[in-house]
Design a protein around this ligand. Structure first.
Ligand SMILES: *Cc1c(COP(=O)(O)O)cnc(C)c1O
Length: 371
């Protein structure tokens, strides 16, 4: 039976290597520092019955996000996470097998996966050694969509504003420039939302999953000129947001909740500075990159062994070594103060251990995973 299903599936489906999310590739453990979530989460409550179909674009959510972001409601689309925004942009603006997108790795994986699943070719234009855009190489591509992530996941750096403007200018009449601002609350001064009136080809992606501590909600936003928003509305499902999602998103966007979110951002930015200071003096950690988001990249001697050894002690971090140019690199999300204390203690044990013991603990884990 499974054989005949395999013959029925489209070739594009058979070819796809699905996104290995932090939640699917690792589980267990008590302390999750592998998905850039916010551990400092408020609680929410639902009310009423759910017998009616929900609004496609719930007004309370759209209006409050527009006010929060400093745009008009006509410039806002709400979707099932920013991931659905990425998918809708590709499906609305790229003719399969004809139009392409350009991406600048190391960066977020979903741009390429969404493109691939829609049979849209991907132009790969690596970031420079200092993680800025290679403009000459980028401008040699002729895409319909350019994806730029700032603060970039997983590098944590900001793409310089002059470079973003140069890209917007270059593609003024030929492509949309999509700025993924999933982590912008950690560096709000770097947002390019103020450029929207000036550049009708600018699209901004936002989410409630990171600073707003609502990854489980699946709620994201696309900000753009009304013409672009209307094009995306042609493609979106009739009921993309469940009613409970709309209710909680509206609660998360009240002035009081936004202020609370900003308090957690301040706490996390302080914890990040402490972690960077710790990691810089920790022998065994060979390189620590600066960060403008709620995660930090570290280069170690053996990334797989480090991830496995920490997992064995209940702490999950993410190996980024398969990303272009990030050999033996791990990404650590900033957790709660107690989680960071636990991380220091486990890292001290791991990096103080002689290399042979590090190797032994890794082999033990690998064996257990096979069993
Ligand atoms: C987490 C993340 C997203 C996805 O956000 P969702 O709203 O959870 O779909 C998009 N872009 C980047 C860079 C991310 O890290």
């Amino acid at each position: 039976m499974s054989n005949s299903i395999n013959t029925l599936a489209r070739d594009a489906v058979k070819a796809i290597v699905p996104y290995a999310s932090a939640r699917s590739s690792m589980s267990g453990g008590a302390i999750w520092l592998n998905a850039n979530e916010n551990a400092l989460a408020p609680e929410y409550q639902l009310s009423g019955s759910f017998n009616r179909y929900p609004s496609c674009q719930p007004k309370a959510v759209i209006d409050s996000y527009a006010a929060y972001a400093g745009v008009t409601p006509e410039q806002v689309l709400v979707s099932r996470g920013a991931d659905e925004g990425i998918e809708l942009l590709i499906r609305s603006f790229c003719e399969p097998k004809q139009d392409s997108i350009s991406i600048c790795p190391p960066t977020y994986g979903m741009y390429a996966i969404s493109a691939q699943s829609n049979q849209v070719p991907v132009n790969i234009v690596p970031l420079t050694a200092d993680f800025t855009l290679d403009l000459a190489a980028l401008f040699s591509t002729t895409p319909k969509l350019v994806f730029i992530c700032s603060p970039n996941n997983p590098t944590g750096d900001l793409i310089p504003r002059e470079q973003i403007i140069a890209v917007l200018e270059h593609y003024k009449d030929s492509a949309l420039v999509v700025l993924d601002e999933a982590y912008i609350e950690f560096a709000p001064q770097a947002s390019v939302v103020d450029l929207l009136p000036q550049y009708p080809n600018l699209v901004i992606l936002r989410t409630l999953s990171k600073a707003f501590a609502l990854a489980g909600l699946r709620c994201g936003f696309t900000l753009a000129a009304p013409d672009i928003i209307n094009a995306l509305k042609q493609m979106i499902a009739p009921y993309p947001l469940a009613e409970p999602v709309a209710q909680i998103a509206a609660q998360a966007l009240t002035a009081e909740s936004v202020a609370l979110m900003q308090t957690t951002v301040t706490t996390i930015n302080t914890l990040r500075a402490e972690f960077i200071a710790y990691a810089r003096q920790r022998s065994g950690i060979n390189k620590v990159w600066p960060s403008n988001a709620n995660y930090v990249l570290l280069q170690v001697d053996d990334a797989a062994a480090c991830v496995a050894a920490l997992a064995q002690q209940g702490i999950l971090i993410r190996n980024q070594s398969s990303q272009l140019g990030l050999s033996q690199v791990v990404r650590v999300s900033i957790g709660s103060p107690a989680e960071m204390q636990a991380l220091y203690s486990v890292m001290d044990d791991y990096f103080n251990a002689p290399a042979t013991r590090q190797q032994a603990s890794f082999q033990q884990t690998a064996q257990r995973e096979r069993a």
